[in-house]
Design a protein around this ligand. Structure first.
Ligand code: SF4
Length: 465
């Protein structure tokens, strides 16, 4: 049956899309308070709602929502900047440069990005091609990149290949000579900070016919990417892998993505001598709801510890300027980016932030085929229609705009003219355990009414007697 040349399915999708977009717009205004049960201590309701405002307006919110920190009581949430007195601020923010280079070596191709971040790997299968398109179009608009993740290129994103980093991960899903030749940057993924040592797992109901085709599998079968590369057990093996990539695409820059074990500094030096241009250190707070909580909370080192460790060791080895260090794993805001850079990173990799921009509420249903209520972490043909790539691109791009604006403001108030001057300036950070936003969300002890306590006491007394 059709109405106005539209099928019933199209009409239902249209109706839901309008309702969802209205929600993303209305909730952050605060007219109805905050949605109950939204967010957690890292991604608080304020952070989610303020990201939605930034996705709409391209600016940080002005209605009192906290947009700089969460309420975890640790990490980036208790760091602050030692801003200069106002009369020493740089007055013209436009002169401030937020670009970074992705190749610090004196040879090989020079690639510069206009903002100190690019999009992290999310595979076709974990997200839909509509979400991939939204991300890569935003990356193109800002002269930066997004990573393919381990799953190959759906046809729709091939025209954007100049802004896509091809990821080669342990399952080699979607990896072909062609996809390696496409890319200006190739990323070898050894581990993910949210689940190091566990590999990746795409559950059967997300492995639809189109996903299975690209991954050269059969539909509705679980796909597992083991940990680690079973052909890499030493730095020499690692070098062989990088050489193999270089043979296929000599012009590409090489990125190595690792998690944050305690010897991550040694890993960094090993990767540099094996030929990497970029090291992506991925800490433990990142990932979507598909990563097991027990792994997220207990295995890798938080990225704010790993960054200074890597930075200082590379400085002591005299190779700091030649290896680009990108930090990821729970980078949520422009302030997180600035703090990561002040701790010693060159830039950051964004993942969840981009999903929040297009409606993610952190409900942790990502692993199921039809689990994501907003059509993000799904390849279901109906649900993925909820994200229109143009709409998604505009929202992600607006968050980029707001982040760049805030970064310039931070630099201006620190008296710096370039984001590159901030790298490793941990002297500009201060530890602020009393950050007001942490107080706001502190768990309160719930006291029971007096009557209830009296009843409990009499019961205890009678048991003791
Ligand atoms: S909204 Fe979707 S992407 Fe976000 S946590 Fe829930 S299921 Fe995952």
């Amino acid at each position: 049956m059709e109405i106005d040349n539209k099928t019933i399915e199209q009409l239902i999708t249209e109706k839901h899309t309008i309702a969802l977009r209205r929600g993303f717009s209305v909730w952050p205004r605060g007219e109805f308070g905050k949605p109950p049960a939204l967010g957690d201590f890292r991604w608080t309701a304020d952070l989610i709602l303020s990201t939605w405002i930034q996705a709409e307006t391209g600016k940080p919110p002005t209605n009192g929502l906290e947009y700089r920190v969460g309420a975890s009581g640790g990490g980036f949430d208790v760091l602050d900047f030692k801003f200069l007195p106002e009369d020493q601020w740089i007055t013209n923010g436009n002169l401030i440069d937020t670009s970074i280079s992705l190749n610090g070596r004196p040879y090989d191709k020079k690639i510069k990005i206009s903002v100190p971040w690019y999009g992290g790997g999310m595979s076709y299968g974990s997200i839909s091609d509509h979400v991939m398109l939204s991300r890569v179009r935003a990356a193109k608009e800002w002269g930066t990149y997004t990573s393919s993740g381990e799953g190959g290129y759906p046809d729709t994103i091939v025209p954007y290949k100049d802004n896509i980093i091809t990821q080669v991960a342990t399952g080699l899903f979607g990896v072909r000579e062609q996809t390696i030749q496409y890319a200006p940057i190739i990323e070898l993924k050894y581990a993910q900070g949210a689940k190091p040592g566990l590999g990746g797992h795409l559950l059967a109901d997300k492995s639809t016919a189109s996903v299975a085709k690209i991954r050269e599998s059969v539909p509705w079968v679980s796909l597992f990417s083991p940990f680690p590369f079973h052909s890499v057990y030493s730095v020499e093996d690692h070098k062989k892998h990088l050489d193999w990539i270089k043979t296929i695409n000599p012009a590409a820059l090489l990125c190595v993505k690792v998690s944050t074990p305690t010897d991550v500094d040694m890993v960094a030096v090993g990767s540099f001598y094996a030929g990497a241009h970029i090291l992506n250190i991925d800490g433990s707070y990142g990932s979507t709801g598909a990563a097991p909580e027990i792994a997220k909370k207990n295995i890798a080192m938080p990225v704010e510890y790993a960054i200074p460790k890597v930075h200082k060791y590379l400085v002591s080895e005299g190779i700091r300027d030649e290896l680009i260090v990108m930090a990821s794993g729970g980078i949520r805001t422009a302030y997180d980016i600035a703090k990561a850079i002040a701790l010693g990173a060159d830039g950051c990799v964004l993942g969840t932030t981009e999903l929040v921009a297009i409606g993610c509420t952190r409900c942790s249903n990502c692993e199921r085929g039809r689990g994501c209520p907003f059509g993000l972490t799904t390849t279901d043909p109906e649900l993925s229609q909820l994200v229109d790539p143009d709409w998604g691109m505009r929202r992600i791009s607006s968050v980029y705009q707001s982040f760049q604006f805030q970064l310039k403001d931070i630099l201006r108030r620190l008296g710096l003219t370039s984001i590159r001057e901030l790298r490793g300036r941990s002297d500009l950070l201060l530890y602020n355990k009393q950050h007001p936003s942490n107080d706001k969300y502190k768990m309160k002890k719930v006291s029971k009414p007096e009557e209830e306590l009296r009843v409990e006491e009499s019961v205890t007394d009678s048991v003791v007697e």
